[in-house]
Design a protein. Structure first.
Length: 169
């Protein structure tokens, strides 16, 4: 029995409405083990359009840059848990554990809190003061604004005009 397309994705405790319940169940199953390694799960992707499907777990090390050793530790720790979850993943799959990468789109309140102080590029539409892209350090997101520090100045950008906030390194 296949899960069909499109691939399913869960990020930082927010579930897309079209995700089946097994994605959230998998997240809840592996999150405590990852947390016990002093790491965070930031994304769970089931890419069903591959043969065999790919289950990708994105992790973050809050103490320093996420490295290959972190990915290997998580892979070894969650493989037996996932092997015991045949009711959630009955078909063969490939497990990939990785970090979110150099650029990552921030969407949830949790992500905006976790990545406060990190470098971001914010895309706005329509342009503000003739600029569509603003780069700086993320300070906060409120109901109305996304605030960044650019060259020592706090720059408030209207949240209604923000189309994307990318974490950059």
């Amino acid at each position: 029995m296949g899960w069909g397309n499109p691939p399913y994705f869960m990020s930082s405790s927010s579930v897309h409405a079209d995700n089946p319940p097994y994605i959230q169940a998998l997240w809840q199953l592996i999150e405590p083990t990852i947390a016990a390694l002093d790491l965070e799960i930031v994304g769970l992707h089931h890419q069903t359009h591959h043969n065999p499907p790919i289950l990708r777990v994105d992790i973050r090390n809050p103490q320093h840059d996420t490295g290959l050793a972190d990915c290997e530790r998580v892979s070894r720790a969650i493989e037996p848990i996932l092997d015991g979850a045949e009711h959630l993943l009955p078909e063969a799959y490939v497990l990939e554990v990785s970090s979110p990468g150099a650029e990552r789109n921030l969407t949830t309140d949790r992500e905006f809190q976790v990545f406060r102080g990190f470098s971001v590029t914010i895309h706005v539409s329509p342009p503000i003061k003739g600029k569509s892209d603003w780069s700086g350090k993320l300070l906060e997101r409120t109901d109305d604004l996304v605030i960044v520090m650019i060259q020592g100045r706090k720059v408030p950008l209207p949240r209604g005009q923000v189309t994307q906030v990318l974490l950059t390194h």
